[in-house]
Ligand binder design. Structure first.
Ligand SMILES: NC(=O)c1ccc[n+]([C@@H]2O[C@H](COP(=O)([O-])OP(=O)(O)OC[C@H]3O[C@@H](n4cnc5c(N)ncnc54)[C@H](O)[C@@H]3O)[C@@H](O)[C@H]2O)c1
Length: 434
């Protein structure tokens, strides 16, 4: 018995040490060398998770051999790369359409910053006015039904924190909180306003009532874009604002001419009855970049014909006169009129007068060709003489047009050339403000 006890005392610690060694060794190896111990199972689990995530078929993975798993992984990786590259292309396309850098915008503090609504702000004149107001640092909301206007005219501002674009017809009421309203929404060229003459009358009457009503409700100042057409085929030359006009009330142009005359009448009725602060601009022929290329007016007609090497067509004998104002001059005049205290109608136009034949010859020279100029039948009710008397604007707004015809035409022809050169619809010709 004593000998057994002695044996246990001697061998017991050795046996204990042996089992302890086994336990520690196993633990040490499993912590530090998991890949060597279990690399196959770890890898297949990763493969299973990855492929399962992409293909969504876990059960299938258990059936794949290691080589098949590798092939499957490579195939999915290639597919993912392909998808990412397609997405990158789409992102680049979107980035190209949305300018990342906006034109410079002035900082205005909350007292100086105004909330301004521009109806028809996606049109030719409206978009230039929007540029001016945005660059001055104001908050600008455009409402437009895109009948003749286009998002492209204002795309330089889309996404800017001071800019908002509302797609709406102003014949339906609009509720926004604003300090000033420039009411420009109306087709302006004869083919456009004659296209749906009833709609033109509604826009200039119901639409104007809606805008005057809005101005009344929110206490905003409102400027109405009227036109030299309120003078009709004038018997007084040049035309001062005191001239009442010579308009055929049932002729083809009446929807526009009379529509604008009613818009003026409505403005002064709201001013008198509801104390709305109104401004009325009688705008004469205006031209510049972003004009509708197919508006059928003399400037776009001649430029397109000259650029396309076609005969320049003159309605009638070509001795009727027009005066042409560059769009930046008009915009200066509109902003000065809004800022002024003058509430009577004001002519805004360039008083330098040209016959239509002279004008055709000037465009031909700038474009640099010698196309023939041909007379065709005169249009009905086409005014024979047009020239603004701008004494009021000079006196009350200290405004005179500055851009000479040749300079304005060079810029406009460059814009039209760009429009004609674009080959795909997706290529936009963005005219950025200076
Ligand atoms: N361009 C000129 O030579 C000229 C001359 C005299 C007066 N005007 C006046 O100036 C304003 C602007 O003229 P423009 O040359 O920029 O014309 P435009 O056709 O380029 O712009 C008019 C804008 O009003 C929008 N519009 C039309 N009807 C609308 C409606 N019912 N609701 C919402 N939006 C509508 C059009 O989509 C367009 O964006 C017009 O009121 C026009 O009568 C212009």
């Amino acid at each position: 018995m004593a000998s057994i006890n002695r044996l246990l005392l001697r061998t017991g610690p050795c046996i204990l040490l042996f089992f302890l060694g086994l336990f520690v060794g196993r633990y040490f190896l499993s912590v530090n060398f998991p890949d060597e111990w279990d690399s196959r199972s770890t890898r297949s689990q990763a493969a299973e998770l990855y492929v399962g995530g992409v293909a969504g078929n876990r059960e299938e993975q258990y059936l794949l051999s290691p080589n098949e798993e590798d092939d499957r992984l490579l195939k999915d990786l290639a597919e993912a790369k392909e998808r990412i590259s397609r997405l990158e292309k789409k992102v680049a396309l979107v980035e190209n359409r949305t300018p990342k850098r906006y034109p410079f915008v002035n900082f205005l503090n909350h007292r100086a910053k105004k909330r301004i609504l521009v109806t028809g702000g996606a049109g030719f004149v409206g978009s230039h006015l929007v540029d001016k107001l945005m660059m001055a640092g104001h908050e600008v909301t455009v409402v437009d039904n895109f009948f003749t206007g286009s998002k492209r005219n204002v795309e330089q501002w889309i996404g800017h924190e001071n800019f908002e674009l509302i797609h709406q017809d102003i014949v339906t009421p609009l509720f926004v909180e604003v300090d000033e309203i420039y009411h420009l929404a109306s087709p302006a060229s004869p083919p456009h306003y004659m296209f749906n003459s009833v709609k033109t009358i509604k826009t200039n009457t119901i639409g104007t009532i809606n805008m005057l009503g809005l101005a009344k409700r929110v206490g905003a100042k409102i400027l109405i874009a009227s036109t030299s057409e309120v003078y009709g085929d004038p018997e007084v030359h040049p035309q001062p604002e005191t001239y009442w006009g010579h308009v055929n009330p049932i002729g083809p142009r009446a929807c526009y001419d009379e529509g604008k005359r009613v818009a003026e009448t409505l403005s002064y009725a709201y001013a008198k009855q509801d104390k709305v602060s109104v401004r009325v601009a009688r705008i004469f022929n205006t031209y510049g970049p972003r004009m509708h290329v197919d508006d059928g007016r003399v400037v776009s007609n001649f430029i397109l014909q000259a650029l396309r090497n076609e005969t320049l067509t003159v309605y009638g004998r070509g001795n009727q006169t027009r005066s042409f104002q560059y769009v930046s001059d008009l915009v200066e005049g509109l902003v000065s009129l809004m800022a002024s205290n003058f509430t009577q109608p004001v002519n805004l136009g360039n008083p330098v007068e040209y016959t239509i034949s002279e004008f055709a010859a000037i465009i031909r020279t700038i474009v640099g060709n010698n196309n023939p100029i041909k007379s065709i039948d005169a249009t009905e009710d086409d005014p024979q003489r047009r020239k603004p008397d701008i004494s009021r604007a000079k006196l009350h707004l200290k405004w005179t047009p500055k851009v000479p015809l040749r300079e304005g035409l060079i810029r406009t022809i460059a814009y039209f050339r760009g429009v004609l050169e674009k080959t795909k619809l997706s290529q936009s010709v963005i005219y950025y403000p200076n």
